[in-house]
Ligand binder design. Structure first.
Ligand SMILES: [Zn+2]
Ligand SMILES: [Zn+2]
Length: 347
């Protein structure tokens, strides 16, 4: 496989080496590719399929583990099956367990890894607030007052893990030249106020966008990436249309293809089967198969030797697994309610 470092930002990244100093010594060569380490569809017999998402993004001299799957043991097995070295920077897209359950395994092999995670009030990654946020009443005796009436200036709230090197991202932030974490908040019922990070890398081919679950809406995320560079080269990851109606699917496809003129698409995870089918139809050979275990080369050769235009789940057992696992992405019973309604209307 011929890989060329064609990224505009490659030169600029040399100044960032200190952030990934341990990885630098170990990284033999700079690759530009995305490898799916956790998903519920795929054809690699050495990997275990499960609902959730993780991808190793190697781009512009950096190795970024984007999310860590749904189960630490399965994640560890998949990482080993692929021979992946976890000396990486990590991004946790959001607080759903199907994206972060493998963090314990990551920390067991790389306890000091820098982990970018969304900053949320009282969130699982920890947070803080100025103590001025709460109302005071100085007429109370000290024993009835918080902190005896003398709170610290900043109140810190703990993380659900002990010791990780979290860097919390509040708003869209460029973490390295040309490499941006887009921070958006979901407004959808069931995930209101959930903050999610997406990774947008500006390359000479355009934006390479990696999304976890797209709870804030894939269109909003792409819009934010397009504000940095309107040329969207590739989008990979979960688009969260697993329970969406045909109308919503059609609208999302039209936005990606016609409004944002996305060049290539490599959907996975919670994108949903109807959206897989619609994207495949709309994008043709610019639809890149990204099932579990797949490695997508990036750069000028994106998709040149990839399985183009292929749907994600060709065999029946694969479909059955994806569907069984997809039911877990229905925590609010939307699918179930809809199928009950459909059944009732047939009676
Ligand atoms: Zn999610
Ligand atoms: Zn998810």
């Amino acid at each position: 496989m011929k890989l060329r470092a064609t990224f505009l930002i490659a030169a600029g990244l040399s100044i960032l080496i200190p952030i990934v100093a341990p990885a630098r010594a170990a990284a033999p060569e700079s690759k530009n590719q995305i490898t799916t380490l956790y998903d519920a569809f795929g054809t690699d017999p050495s990997m275990t399929k499960d609902w959730g998402f993780s991808a190793l993004v190697e781009i512009a001299g950096k190795r970024i583990l984007f999310d860590t799957g749904n189960d630490a043991d399965m994640f560890a097995a998949n990482v080993k099956a692929k021979g992946v070295d976890l000396k990486t920077l990590d991004v946790l897209s959001h607080r759903h367990s199907d994206h972060m359950a493998g963090l314990n395994y990551v920390l067991s092999v790389n306890p000091t890894v820098k982990i970018y995670a969304p900053k949320e009030g009282f969130g699982v990654y920890g947070s803080s607030l100025p103590s001025s946020f709460y109302r005071k009443d100085e007429t109370l005796p000290p024993e009835m007052r918080y902190y005896g009436g003398a709170p610290p200036q900043v109140m810190k709230f703990g993380a659900a893990w002990h010791g990780p090197n979290f860097e919390l991202i509040d708003k869209t932030t460029e973490i390295a030249p040309g490499m941006t974490l887009i921070a958006l908040v979901s407004d959808a019922p069931g995930t209101k106020e959930l903050k999610e990070l997406s990774l947008a890398v500006n390359t000479s081919e355009g934006m390479v966008l990696v999304v976890g679950c797209s709870h804030p809406g894939i269109e909003k995320i792409v819009e934010a990436a397009a504000a940095i560079n309107p040329k969207i080269h590739l989008i990979a990851g979960g688009f969260h249309l697993v329970v969406a109606s045909d109308d919503v699917v059609a609208k999302a496809v039209a936005a990606l293809k016609d409004t944002f003129k996305v060049e290539s698409i490599a959907p996975g995870h919670c994108t949903g089967e109807p959206m897989f089918a619609a994207l495949k139809k709309a994008f043709g050979d610019r639809y890149l198969y990204a099932g579990l275990g797949t490695t997508l080369p990036l750069g000028a050769n994106t998709g040149s030797d990839m399985r183009r235009g292929e749907g994600p789940a060709l065999q029946q057992d694969d479909l059955t697994t994806y569907r069984r696992l997809a039911r877990r992405e229905d925590p609010f019973g939307i699918l179930q309610a809809r199928s009950l309604r459909t059944k009732a209307s047939r009676l």
